[in-house]
Design a protein around this ligand. Structure first.
Ligand SMILES: [Zn+2]
Length: 448
């Protein structure tokens, strides 16, 4: 007899929506069928939509590291409550640079995660020759900064080429934060020399042009090296177009989108300052520009969505000048709800939500077919949502240590009712319901 049956819900995949029953055995999907059979536990999902657990491949939980901003228990509680059952994490303040760092971090994280997790490593200029060791040790991807940010040194064009050729050699994959070092450094010198401390400095320091230049170089080198490359947090249609052009020319390159580039506006920085300080900054200036981003996501020019969850508390965001406060936003509490809301408003289909926040990121980073879908044999990571419900995003519902969200006050359609991890109840009504721990997911290069 199956361990669990989820009966009568509308099961959503990229290809279809159909009223089906899901049966789970031993933590995995055993059948998706219109048949009804007895099971040890039965969940009535009538009137609800059933999604695969969401997969967020760009998350910073600061643990170990600056845990006053976030840690694994709080960050993954937020994930679990909002339907994210798999994350890939990396922390700039405590990077994984060598295999021993991965071993220590895995040891530290035992029993600290509510959801299943992979770990990404950072590329440092002096570790490029040793990346293959980390790949075989089981990191999910390598994070690269093209400009020095959050204390991580920028990888210049020569070292980017070395890194990409190394990755191409052993079949590794990477996520590149694209902003041009020379342009951002020059802008910073100029703005500081002018004595500027107003909120508008962020958009000038971290300009559209600096992002486009770094993305263009990254995409070009990706094609020439034959490396698999992902461009992080693409902020404009222009950057997406650069990436698409190199992909059409043969590069194995994908563009990552984040909700803040679909839902926040450039001018919010002026009013909200540090609470909108993240980089690249939000660029949209009109409904039409936001619609352009949604269209690129629907059409696959933007490959998948992640949060780039990088929280700070209000206290941390409110102390220090606009230059000094941390970059970053909380996102795990809001990303799945905002995507479901966007689907109810016609910005994308429910199938698109599964495609961009489950199937595609899982496929891109070697987590599929275990994660990212509800096919037979996949982990039974399941989200039940009531799309007829309505609500308002509120700071007091945020489980991240941030304790706030830039989306507070927005009306949203849809509510995540409950989440299952490997067939076990994980979260319900906006909070985790178990102390059972998520598992480490080795990257696709892990030595067998
Ligand atoms: Zn990030």
């Amino acid at each position: 007899m199956p361990d669990l049956a989820i009966l009568g819900g509308t099961v959503v995949s990229p290809q279809s929506e159909a009223r089906l029953n899901i049966y789970v055995d031993d933590g995995r999907v055993a059948a998706v069928t219109s048949d009804v059979v007895a099971a040890d536990n039965v969940v009535d999902a009538t009137g609800l939509h059933v999604f695969p657990g969401f997969v967020d491949t760009h998350v910073h939980l600061m643990d170990p590291g600056p845990t006053e901003r976030e840690d694994f228990p709080t960050g993954t509680a937020a994930a679990a409550a909002r339907g994210v059952t798999t994350i890939v994490e990396h922390t700039h303040g405590h990077p994984i640079r060598l295999p021993d760092d991965l071993t220590k971090k895995r040891e530290h994280l035992r029993e600290r995660s509510h959801v299943d997790y992979g770990l990404a490593a950072h590329v440092w200029p002096d570790t490029i020759d040793r990346l293959h060791e980390l790949w075989e040790a089981g990191v999910t991807f390598f994070k690269i900064f093209t400009c020095t940010t959050h204390g991580v040194p920028g990888i210049d064009t020569a070292n980017l080429w070395r890194t990409f050729t190394a990755l191409a050699d052993f079949g590794g994959t990477c996520l590149v934060h694209c902003e041009d070092e020379a342009m951002t450094a020059a802008a910073e010198r100029f703005l500081r020399a002018e004595g500027r401390t107003d909120n508008a400095v962020i958009a000038q320091w971290r300009s559209r042009e600096a992002e486009e230049v770094a993305a263009a170089v990254t995409a070009l080198l990706a094609r020439h090296a034959g490396a698999q490359v992902n461009v992080a947090h693409v902020s404009t249609p222009a950057v997406a177009a650069l990436v698409a052009r190199e992909r059409e020319a043969g590069a194995d390159i994908a563009a990552e989108g984040c909700p803040q580039y679909f839902l926040l506006r450039e001018d919010e920085l002026l009013e909200h300052g540090a609470l909108r300080k993240f980089t690249p900054p939000a660029r949209a200036r009109s409904d039409a520009e936001e619609d352009d981003m949604w269209r690129l996501l629907r059409h696959g020019v933007l490959n998948h969505i992640s949060t780039d969850h990088a929280p700070s508390t209000l206290e941390q965001k409110r102390h220090g000048s606009i230059w000094d406060v941390h970059f970053g936003l909380p996102g795990l509490d809001t990303t799945a709800p905002l995507l479901l809301d966007a689907a109810t408003r016609g910005k994308l289909s429910l199938g698109d939500v599964v495609r961009v926040y489950a199937e595609r990121p899982a496929k891109r980073y070697g987590l599929f077919p275990r994660k990212g879908h509800l096919g037979v044999g996949a982990d039974a990571d399941i989200v039940l949502a009531d799309l007829a419900a309505t609500g308002v995003v509120r700071d007091q519902d945020v489980l991240s240590k941030a304790g706030w969200t830039p989306y507070a006050g927005r009306s949203v359609n849809g509510r995540i009712v409950s989440t299952f991890l490997r067939g076990r109840p994980l979260a319900a009504d906006g909070a985790p319901v178990t102390d059972e721990a998520g598992r480490f997911l080795p990257g696709r290069g892990a030595a067998a």
